[in-house]
Design a protein around this ligand. Structure first.
Ligand SMILES: [Fe+2]
Length: 380
């Protein structure tokens, strides 16, 4: 067995209705002025934001509480800048990211910006790795999907340059994460399916990743099985608590995989697609996934077959049966299985391919000549 290292620096709390207990335990972390970064609206409407604020007010070391709710889906660089400015004015010491991946990613980027003396562009555009001056982050996901609560990346969209990329580094690992599946119970169908598919993408991509270890593969196999079993149950009944809890668990362990085995080509290819079309992360992954699976099968046949067998519960082998299994699952979720369904035209594909960045070698299929453009074309 190859030696490997595991990074799980985030203190984790998991369970339905665990938030209150977790915040009590985290009191010493919530010291000074605390900024809650959230995507707002639906969480405010459901009364969840009030609930969180009331619980945070009980924290004996917290001096003042502030909220910044001007974050949209696919968080924008301009919003992050505003959050940093607000946080600096209020002398914030700790940042809480409350919401889906967008809120948590924005919270991490804001924590970098408040702590640093440099402008956020230094990290976002010039790729400087954030240091220890980054403020501690408490991540509280309200969807089961992105795994941002355990990852060392904050994905932000530069709306002027139409570019979506990340700030990355160890300092971005949240100090703690509270995964309370109760928050996911009111998430509507479309977001449930999109975020659920993101969990599956993390599971399969980290499974075939060159950086995969026996530990991350074991977690991937379990997560693929969970998604295959529980996401179809949620498609039929969004109130299924057992399914919600299991999806939150799968999302959490795939968050750990993100920091240890990373993702593969679908995540790299989704970023330009999301930046140009302003479509969601999960929808973009779904539209790319079948085409990618065909190429990946050539280079990781055994793992791809095992993954799709775990997903479908069927003994599937061969390229056609693998791509068919994935396509059928995407359609069951009601997600787009082609780029055209996201409004993409053929003339845009070369621009997308040109803008793909990040580590591509982590994916064995990157050996295929022109694989990026080929996947986009086939996904159209
Ligand atoms: Fe993802």
């Amino acid at each position: 067995m190859q030696p490997y290292q595991l990074n799980i620096p985030t203190k984790a709390y998991f369970g339905r209705n665990i938030l209150k207990e977790a915040l009590k335990d985290l009191e010493s972390m919530l010291r000074g002025n605390v900024l809650v970064v959230t995507t707002g609206r639906s969480l405010i409407r459901m009364g969840y934001t009030d609930m969180l604020i009331k619980m945070l007010e009980q924290s004996v070391f917290t001096e003042k509480l502030f909220m910044f709710d001007q974050i949209s889906a696919n968080p924008k660089l301009s919003e992050v800048r505003k959050g940093i400015q607000f946080g600096k004015q209020k002398n914030i010491n700790v940042v809480v990211g409350f919401g889906g991946g967008s809120a948590m990613d924005a919270a991490k980027a804001i924590a970098v910006g408040i702590g640093a003396n440099e402008e956020i562009e230094e990290f976002y555009v010039h790729g400087k790795e954030p240091g220890e001056e980054t403020l501690p982050v408490l991540a509280i996901p309200t969807t089961a999907g992105t795994g941002s609560e355990f990852s060392k990346a904050a994905i932000i969209t530069d709306e002027i340059r139409k570019k979506k990329s990340g700030i990355r580094g160890k300092a971005l690992y949240p100090a703690a994460a509270v995964v309370d599946s109760m928050f996911t119970e009111s998430v509507p169908d479309r977001i449930t399916m999109e975020t659920g598919f993101d969990v599956l993408a993390h599971a399969i991509e980290s499974y075939v990743s060159k950086a995969a270890s026996p530990y991350t593969q074991m977690q991937s196999e379990y997560a693929i099985h969970i998604v295959g079993k529980y996401l179809p149950l949620l498609k039929k009944d969004l109130q299924n608590r057992e399914a919600r809890e299991n999806m939150s668990f799968a999302s959490m362990i795939m968050g750990i995989n993100l920091g240890n085995a990373s993702t593969a080509l679908p995540h790299r290819l989704q970023y330009p697609l999301g930046a140009h079309t302003d479509t969601s992360h999960g929808a973009g992954l779904a539209a790319l996934f079948t085409a990618w699976a065909g190429y990946e099968w050539v280079y990781s046949q055994e793992r791809m077959e095992r993954a799709v067998q775990l997903l479908t519960g069927e003994d599937r082998t061969g390229k056609e049966r693998i791509t068919e299994g994935i396509r059928t699952f995407i359609k069951m979720c009601g997600l787009p299985s082609t780029l055209r369904e996201l409004g993409v035209c053929e003339s845009e594909l070369e621009t997308f391919a040109f803008e793909v960045s990040g580590n591509l070698e982590n994916d064995l299929a990157s050996q295929e000549e022109n694989v990026i453009l080929k996947i986009y074309q086939e996904a159209l």
